[in-house]
Design a protein around this ligand. Sequence first.
Ligand code: ADP
Length: 401
Amino acid sequence: MKILVMNCGSSSLKYQLLDMENNKVLAKGLAERIGINDSLLTHQAEGKEKVKIQRDMKNHKEAIQLVLEVLVDKEIGVIKDMKEIDAVGHRVVHGGEYFTDSVLIDDEVIKKLEDCIDLAPLHNPANIEGIKACQQIMPGVPMVAVFDTAFHQTMPDYAYIYPIPYEYYEKHRIRRYGFHGTSHKYVSMRAAEILGRPIEELKIVTCHLGNGASITAVKNGKSIDTSMGFTPLEGLAMGTRSGSIDPSIVTFLMEKEDLTAHQVVDILNKKSGVYGISGISNDFRDIENAAFNEGNKRAMLALKVFAYIAKKTIGAYAAAMGGVDAIVFTAGVGENGPEMREFILEGLEFLGFTLDKEKNRVRGKEAIISTEDSRVKVMVIPTNEEYMIAKDTEKLVKGIK
Ligand code: ADP
């Protein structure tokens, strides 16, 4: 079975074509600047050179048309006919409380997705546009929606209800939803496989540390708490996002700096986090370079703040689960940043692990980085959201075929 995985952003579209018989990525690529000028498609077929195609893409439909064109192209393509694509898996950011798992898309599902736009105004519209465009171009091909929020729907009410008047939950569905669910699910499953133990008996803290960052407590294979909340702004300090701060700072800043609520939230989303503290960059490589090689104090402070909040969150989730068997690092910084991993783990040894500094040098590869005799295992597991989306799609589509 060949499955096309789609991840539509407001002006971009990431795709992968996977062959599920042998778990192979046949091709992958990225369409950028959709609806803006100078749109560009970067496409790479397995074992071939990357190609860049500059062509106007006015909307997602035109972008998807171009993607299919290159997939069947004689030179740079990987299939002979569009009909070889058995199903499409779409990443959807917000499934609200409707979706606790991936789902086959029909009109009813699309209605519910539209209902969730309020909860994810930046993401869901692009996701829906991508789905509708695919339906037009590939009529009859089954499509599946895989949600960032679904994995976290197992949280108990006391973890997802905010201590504000309950009527706001009833009226506006304000609660913790959590994000990066596909990634947390994938790495926790892989961790259990690598450890050779059933996930149903493990307590795992998964740390997805990229530009956006979140940590999840996965108990017996289920998410029981996660650091992102009503929106992906809550929780850890991130590349440009503040994470959790005292909500009163919002009104204070509005008054002192003569800003609107919208402007303050924009600052908390785009100008804060390690970028806001360091004043240098949201890229951890730049910040680490400034901190370690140039002695930049604010860069060092940004790293310390990031690590400290992550450390506290890991400790909190060990408490929430009544212990921990494994701590997993994934995503850009989690997979590639030995220094940051060491920063975060320093002082957490009381949980029951010793970091093997030599093994911790690993970048972008699955590895256990705690010492052999550690009761608690610390692991690096590269995330693979596309594979997870394709797997869920395959499962649901096989059910109808
Ligand atoms: P997202 O998908 O949320 O945009 P990623 O998971 O791709 O983010 O992570 C991006 C972050 O990972 C960047 O801040 C980048 O600096 C960091 N990163 C990537 N490679 C390295 C590295 N070798 N060392 C430290 N940080 C790295």
